[in-house]
Design a protein around this ligand. Sequence first.
Ligand SMILES: N[C@@H](CCC(=O)N[C@@H](CS)C(=O)NCC(=O)O)C(=O)O
Length: 217
Amino acid sequence: MPLVLHCIDGSPPNRAVYLCLKALGLEATKKTVNLFKMEHHNPEFLKLNPQHTTPTLEDDDFVIWDSHAICCYLVNKYAKDDSLYPTDPHKRAIVDQRLHFNSGFLFPRFFNISFPLIFLKCKEISEEKQKAVKEGFAFLEKFLEGNDYLAGPSYTLADICCVATVSTLVEGLRCSVDSYPNVQAWMKRCRENLPGYAEVNQPGLDAYKRAADRELD
Ligand SMILES: N[C@@H](CCC(=O)N[C@@H](CS)C(=O)NCC(=O)O)C(=O)O
């Protein structure tokens, strides 16, 4: 079971996979893909993933990318129980909805701010982009009504994937969650209860924050 993860610590979807590996008690050999040096366009990497995104996972000769797909694959193949990704169709559908919410709604709103800021040195974060993030936080606030976690009373892949994005918006890009008490309480719960949060989410998040601070200060 030699898992190899092509990754970069600062990026939220990469840290979602780190959190998933921790929650499953799995180890992967990390191979850093330095996006600043355009290593994701190296021919060897493009052979693995023509879409040139990190994270990309190799499991023997099987290759899969997209953090959500990777996390689901890891649980389907290696989990000892279904707590992270329930097999009950209704419970799984809710987790899936939150995963698609992160993939199709929240992360793109992070990316719209992050890419111009970090890679194009465009320091202006427009009102419109900030409003788009707040819209995402408002939805999360609703999802969390009556629930400790995004898909029910215990953490799942939904929390793992979303918290990697949300923590980067809040701590890295200074997006305020002051008006979203459920989101604030959920972030605290994730920090305290997701296995390995301090070990595998926080350092990459801190590195991202340093890079963002250089542009925002
Ligand atoms: N939906 C994808 C997003 C992956 C993504 O955009 N990764 C960025 C880093 S945050 C990347 O590697 N970008 C390089 C590129 O798109 O060329 C996922 O969840 O894995």
